[in-house]
Structures are given as structure tokens and as C-alpha cells.
Design a protein around this ligand. Structure first.
Ligand code: FAD
Ligand code: ZN
Length: 230
């Protein structure tokens, strides 16, 4: 849809990777639709993933005992956050849809992406109390996790060794995205791209491009299925 803004937060070291191809296809397809697409290429940017004192410019509220969350929130309020964080927050603020493109690392996202979330989704900017979940501060935006795995689909079934993929989606989709107010779209999962045939990989890329053509018509999912932990 022309005029829509998309931010792709991308974490892969190699442009020729499957993740690199998935990212490129999304940029091409969404741009073709007239969307304005911004990519935060975290490894290329050498994005700082560590949550430290350096994220606050100037004096601390309590220099005697450092509390990252409290200091960060205050720094956000006072406009004293580190410039690299401010730049990313601006991209998030403008986006209608944020796509997270990454390879699954330890049932989660790579550390550099987790660090991006730790530092960018600051209390006061992305959430507050009681402004979380449906009233999270990033409401009216869409989030979509697009990732690749090492394990195949069978491994991530309820009977498989890894268990149902929805167990690991829950912390990311519900604990982070929904918590901050995002409406969550169905995740795009490419199972085991390293193990499948070239033909299957091409098919994965084609189906992602096809899905993106109608992405703006999609309804958000319920990321808190009733069966979790029962
Ligand atoms: P790549 O190896 O880059 O790509 C696969 C193949 O696709 C390559 O041969 C590439 O050349 C080819 N390709 C790229 N573009 C195209 C194109 N346009 N057309 C056709 N072919 C193309 N996996 C799990 O399941 N669970 C875990 O918990 C987990 N933890 C991990 C932790 C760490 C620290 C690491 C390093 C890996 C872990 N993995 C895990 C595995 C990881 O998720 C996979 O290795 C990764 O998702 C594969 O994606 P990739 O983009 O890196 O693949
Ligand atoms: Zn949820």
C-alpha cells in the first residue's frame, strides 16, 4: 500500500545468506507497492547491543547505584539518550509495520537484535505502567517476526524434540511485541534452509514475496493462545 512505512530490523552477517535474501525480497516487494522501506542492518551498523551507562548522556539521577531501566527512562524523558538509540526510536515511531528478520539463535533472536530491543524499546517510549499490552505505547503498529531455523518443521511440532514452535514465539511475540502495544502478524518461518533443496529455498523466497503483496489486508493473530503452559 502506497505511503505505508516499513522498518526492517535485520540481523545477519552475510548478505548472501537466506536471511539476506529474505530481507532483499521484502525491500523490493514493499518498495514496488510504494511503501517507504527503511532497513536497520544491525551487523553492518555495528549496532551496540550492550545496555550500559553510555546510553545516558550527562549526569545520572543516582550515580551512587546505577539502575539501567530507571536511568534510561528518565534520560528518554529529558532527551538525554544516546544518539544511536534516538535514531532507531525515530524509525520505530514512523513505522506502520516493523519486520524483524533473523536466524533463530538458541530459541530466540541473535544477541545483537535482543540488544537493539533492550536499548530502543525504552520505558516511556515503547511501554509504561499501566500502558502495556493492548494499551502499549506502540499500539496501532504491526510487528512481524520473519526468521529461519536450523531444525526442520517436524522438530518444531508438538511431538518433535524442540516442541511446538509457538512456545518460543510466546516470549518474543507476547512478551516483547504485544507488551509494547504492537499488533502481531503471523510469523514467517523458513524451516531449515541449509538442509532443504535449492528448489525449496526458491519456493520459500517466492512465498514470502507473494505474502507481502497482500500483507496490509492481514488480520493480527492472538499471540496468547489459551493452551500455553497448560
Ligand atoms: P544460510 O546458510 O545463509 O542459507 C542457507 C542456504 O540458502 C545457503 O546455501 C545460501 O547460499 C542459500 N541461499 C541464500 N539466498 C538464496 C537464494 N536467493 N536462493 C536460493 N538459495 C539461497 N537453529 C534452531 O533451529 N534452533 C536454535 O536454537 C538455533 N540456535 C542457533 C544458535 C547459534 C549461535 C547459531 C549460529 C545457529 C543456531 N541455529 C539454531 C541455526 C540457525 O538458526 C540457522 O543456521 C539459520 O537459521 C540458517 O539461516 P541462514 O540465513 O544463516 O542460512
Ligand atoms: Zn499477546
Amino acid at each position: 500500500m502506497a505511503g505505508k512505512k516499513v522498518l526492517i530490523v535485520y540481523a545477519h552477517q552475510e548478505p548472501k545468506s537466506m536471511n539476506g535474501s529474505l530481507k532483499t525480497i521484502a525491500v523490493e516487494e514493499l518498495s514496488k507497492q510504494g511503501c517507504s522501506v527503511t532497513v536497520s542492518d544491525l551487523y553492518e551498523m555495528q549496532f551496540e547491543p550492550r545496555a550500559t551507562r553510555k546510553d545516558i548522556i550527562g549526569d545520572l539521577q543516582n550515580p551512587g547505584q546505577f539502575n539501567y531501566g530507571t536511568e534510561l527512562s528518565k534520560a528518554w524523558e529529558m532527551g538525554c539518550l544516546s544518539e544511536d538509540v534516538i535514531v532507531e526510536q525515530k524509525k520505530v515511531k514512523e513505522a506502520d509495520l516493523v519486520i524483524f528478520q533473523f536466524p533463530l539463535y538458541w530459541f530466540s533472536m541473535p544477541a545483537i537484535m535482543k540488544g537493539w530491543l533492550d536499548r530502543v524499546f525504552v520505558q516511556g517510549f515503547a511501554h509504561d505502567f499501566p500502558q502495556c499490552f493492548d494499551s502499549g505505547l506502540l499500539k496501532n503498529k504491526l510487528a512481524l517476526l520473519s526468521f529461519t531455523t536450523g531444525g526442520d518443521k517436524g522438530m518444531y511440532s508438538k511431538e518433535g524434540d524442540s516442541g511446538d514452535i509457538r512456545y518460543l514465539l510466546w516470549p518474543m511475540q507476547h512478551g516483547i511485541m504485544h507488551f509494547c502495544g504492537f499488533s502481531v502478524l503471523t510469523p514467517q518461518i523458513c524451516f531449515a534452509p541449509e538442509s532443504v533443496t535449492e528448489e525449496d529455498r526458491v519456493q520459500m523466497l517466492t512465498s514470502w514475496a507473494k505474502r507481502l503483496k497482500t500483507i496490509w489486508e492481514e488480520k493480527p493473530i492472538n499471540c496468547t493462545p489459551e493452551w500455553y503452559f497448560k
